[in-house]
Design a protein around this ligand. Sequence first.
Ligand code: UGA
Length: 442
Amino acid sequence: MARRVTVLGTGYLGTTHAACMAELGFDVLGVDVDAARIGALAAGRLPFYEPGLEPLLERGLRSGRLRFSTSFREAADFGDVHFCCVGTPQRAESGGADLSQLFGCIDALAPLLDRPALIVGKSTTPAGTAAGLADRLARLVPEGSGVELAWNPEFLREGHAVADTLRPERIVVGVRSASAEAILREVYAEPLAAGVPFVVTDFATAELVKVAANAFLATKISFINAMAEVCEAAGADISRLAEALAYDHRIGGAGMRPGLGFGGGCLPKDIRAFMTRATELGADEAISFLRQVDAINIRRRSRMVELASELAGGSLQGRNVGVLGLAFKPDSDDIRDSPALDVAMALRGLGAHVTAYDPAAMDKARLAHPELEYAGSVLGAAAEAHVLLLLTEWPEFRQADPEVIGKAVAHRNIADGRHALDPATWRAAGWTYRALGRPASS
Ligand code: UGA
């Protein structure tokens, strides 16, 4: 009989994982302490924007394979494999990870488990957390219940979550027994049959693979953005530099697009939590470069504000600034640590009248920052603008017609924070086009 799966925590990761497990044919119960969220999911409504996920959710619900609940009792009775997908956000008072949701999840579930089960951690955690959780679990489960822990980090990207879950580039499992490995091979039988590599490790290595991957991705982005700073100083062009570097297959171009830098709920907090953990382990020197990675990334945002100010004639006070994009990246409505939103707020702080538009993130942005003004379209954000900023590279913005938008603005000034537009086309339409790391004129 196929194993029954629970997914604890229904954020981006958990909801995607639950819907994909149902798609793979498992009976799945998604559990969360947030009753409103569970209500929405049970009614087939996604509480966030993720292309391609809603049809999977609907299919799962319709087939009866996917259900949602707020009850840990139900989860314990139902599941053979419990995926723990709760968030591990940055602590308010430090760069370290806040593990309270993870502990809360284990503490709620473990005492209720009276038969063999595998708990599989998917949350991003500092190395050593899984080992500590295994001890905690052993203390909390009823004696002789045969409950075990495994660690199975997640590498999905928002905007590509379904494909990344159904066909990941690799599956990594940290296990302490052959039976735990066998169960996970069974759960992932379909992607494994399709040739997805399966890497078996100890707990700490599995946890580290995840943070090391995100640290590397963040480093690539900050590397190219550091080169953009040097390009500006040297009068060189970062776009052509990046293009030329990408032809070297050892370097490649993927994940190394210059611009406003990285944000979101993962890379920024993960590199900070990694530095904190490395310091605790006495290995801080080894990854002290991540401090620079973080600093370069934050500098992108202030440089963008300076560029907007330059384009506005030296001061933003009383100037109309149109902002295109609020999500931390396209195909997402996530505004956590969004560079775009950060820049919009900084512009407002300097006295600009900011009007913003995003195809997906408006509701979330409005809720978090009611003090900003919002428009319902690109043209609405551009209306009477002295400066227009492109801060998230949605296709809708890439395809915008500089002539049409030119008629809406007060002055044809554009700062392209994501190197998403063709400078020649915009300049030909009479715009002053600027981008970080590119010469001020062609
Ligand atoms: C990231 C990782 O890419 C995933 O592998 C990982 O599973 C996930 O974090 C996680 O830890 O859960 P995600 O945050 O969805 O995924 O977004 P990315 O596509 O990596 O983009 C992150 C940020 O970097 C965005 O703000 C994006 O605009 C920026 N970025 C990305 C660049 O500035 N340049 C690039 O070349 C690529």
